[in-house]
Design a protein around this ligand. Structure first.
Ligand code: FES
Length: 126
């Protein structure tokens, strides 16, 4: 386990998220929540939405706009009544203008079968 450089701190503007790949292909999203950075898996723990697209950050809170699950990125606590699962993260730090993440192995979420069905497949004709 070692610290891996993910990007430069200036690569991710305040209140935005950006996806990177490290270690030959592990996807990781860096979230700049204004007063710090978080390194998280790219998928929403609810229904696998890509958070770099569905996520918005305001006042340290990351909200997935698909169904409004939200987390405080400074504490990683759930935020709001909609959220039912914790968000996972890699340890992350800023050093000499770089964002580093401590990655042992790729973090993936377990999804229930019913959660695998997105809106398109739910309404698809058989
Ligand atoms: S997919 Fe993100 S809140 Fe539902």
């Amino acid at each position: 386990m070692s610290w891996k450089k993910v990007c430069k701190a200036t690569d991710v503007a305040p209140n935005t998220l950006k996806k990177f790949w490290i270690d030959g292909g592990i996807p990781i999203v860096i979230a700049n929540y204004g007063s710090g950075f978080a390194a998280i898996p790219p998928m929403c723990p609810h229904m696998e939405e890509p958070l770099e697209i569905s996520g918005v950050i305001s006042n340290c809170v990351l909200t997935c706009t698909k169904h409004l699950w939200a987390w405080n990125l400074a504490t990683l606590e759930q935020h709001g009544t909609e959220t039912e699962k914790d968000i996972k993260s890699y340890q992350c730090k800023e050093e000499n203008g770089d964002i580093l993440a401590l990655v042992e192995e790729e973090i993936v979420y377990e999804f229930d079968d019913e959660d695998d069905m997105d809106d398109d497949s739910f309404f698809a004709k058989s």
